[in-house]
Design a binder for this molecule. Structure first.
Ligand code: CMC
Length: 391
């Protein structure tokens, strides 16, 4: 195949044209639909950002309200779904549970499968925007052994998610603005990141005209891996291991640099960002603020800062332009909010949901062809079949 260009990992291949997210890896710029991530993280809320990503413009008050009402009207998840959740052992990894439940949702919402018109797409989008947080909350509640619950229509989108996750049967739910704002900001920072592994997965699965929910379920599986969204869990486990090791960051630095050791400094490096990850900058500051506001002193934050400082001054990391990425500090905030480590990547999925939806919708509206990469064959030439007793 002389005509075929080989590009493992698609390092230099543009797979689509997109009007959703702009990313400049040299300058550390990230914009959703033209708005800078710094400004959105500070001024917008997650539901507005979701609307912006999916439909292209910031909603006015009426549009935002209508979107929220449509979501609330779809916030039930079929009771039969609880049986599926029930069948999982408590020890199941929440990402596996979430992707299975998202897939199972198709059976209960067949109307969301074959959507082609903008109106049908809208229906599928509000259904998943409504039901996905319920699945996330159920996944956590199953882990914790708490009774399953539904949302509260009186609350904002993110506050409702928080309540669904943490409401205890015997207690009133108390609103904590610091916690909700921190969660809202983290979700915004994760909401889209152009053609990353999980988003490309969503687009390629969707390109076969599999439905939105099936595409999302595949995206969740892609996100799970430690080189992608799973890095946030891996970072915290690494920081905990360093803490248990008496704070010996040098040892882990040496391991990360050792080419004979598969260990990598988790939360470091990025395919596109080569000077800094703008999300990491915001999250580092937020981590310090949130822990301060909540009066939490977490030794892990000091270890993380120390490790980052060492790496940023180390020749190995400098030469390869490796900087802390979005996953480096996020887990410290999740932990401060009482979210178990195994749930971190689920929180990433919750934030990425509008991005995946926006990318899927764009791909379908542009009638993109089925995704089908080529290859360069390096196997055997033609050879005759050999009967089993002659091998
Ligand atoms: N620790 C040690 N060495 C590293 C690291 C790291 N975290 N990241 C990259 N390198 C080295 C790598 O070994 C290679 O060295 P050499 O040139 O000597 O062979 C060089 O840097 C280039 O790395 P690469 O693997 O070719 O780069 P990539 O673009 O294929 O991979 C990455 C990008 C993010 C998968 C990688 O940096 C990595 O594995 N990082 C750790 C996992 C992580 O934090 N992932 C989260 C990514 S950000 C958001 C998200 O997707 O969740």
């Amino acid at each position: 195949g002389g005509m075929i260009t080989l590009d493992p990992g698609y390092k230099n291949t543009g797979a689509c044209e997109s009007a959703i997210t702009f990313l400049d890896g040299e300058k550390g710029i990230l914009r959703y639909r033209g708005y800078s991530i710094e400004e959105l993280a500070e001024k917008a809320d997650f539901l507005e950002v979701a609307y912006l990503l999916i439909f292209g413009e910031l909603p006015n008050k009426e549009q935002l309200e209508a979107f929220h009402v449509d979501i609330k009207n779809e916030s039930h998840v079929d009771e039969e779904m609880k049986k599926i959740l029930d069948a999982f052992p408590k020890s199941a990894h929440p990402m596996g549970v979430l992707s299975s439940l998202t897939s199972a949702l198709i059976a209960f919402n067949p109307i969301s499968v074959n959507v082609t018109s903008k109106d049908e797409m809208y229906g599928a989008i509000v259904r998943i925007m409504a039901k996905f947080p319920v699945l996330v909350a159920w996944t956590l509640r199953k882990k914790k052994g708490l009774p399953l619950d539904y949302g509260d229509d009186e609350l904002g989108y993110v506050e409702n998610i928080h309540k669904m996750m943490f409401k205890r049967p015997s207690q009133e739910y108390k609103r904590n603005k610091i916690v909700i704002d921190a969660l809202d900001q983290l979700l915004i920072l994760h909401a889209d990141h152009e053609q990353n592994c999980s988003t490309s997965t969503v687009r390629i699965v969707g390109s076969s005209h599999a439905g939105l929910f099936a595409s999302l379920s595949a995206g969740i599986s892609a996100l799970w891996g430690p080189l992608h969204g799973g890095a946030n869990q891996a970072v915290l486990e690494m920081l905990e291991a360093i803490e248990a090791d008496g704070g010996d960051t040098k040892k882990y630095m040496a391991k990360a640099k050792d080419k004979n050791d598969p260990f990598r400094l988790m939360g470091f490096g990025h395919r596109v960002y080569k000077n800094f990850d703008p999300r990491a900058k915001i999250i580092k500051k937020a981590a310090e603020e949130v822990l301060g506001d909540l009066g939490i002193e977490d030794p892990i934050l000091e270890i993380a800062k120390g490790l980052a400082k060492e790496a940023l001054e180390d020749e190995y990391f400098v030469k390869r332009k490796l900087y802390p990425n979005v996953d480096f500090y996020s887990g410290i905030i999740y932990r401060a909010l009482g979210i178990p480590t195994e749930m971190f990547t689920v929180m990433f999925a919750l934030g990425r949901l509008p991005g995946w939806i926006a990318q899927w919708r764009e791909m379908r509206l542009r009638s993109e062809p089925i995704g089908r990469p080529r290859q360069i064959y390096i196997g055997e030439n033609q050879r005759p079949f050999v009967e089993v007793d002659k091998r």
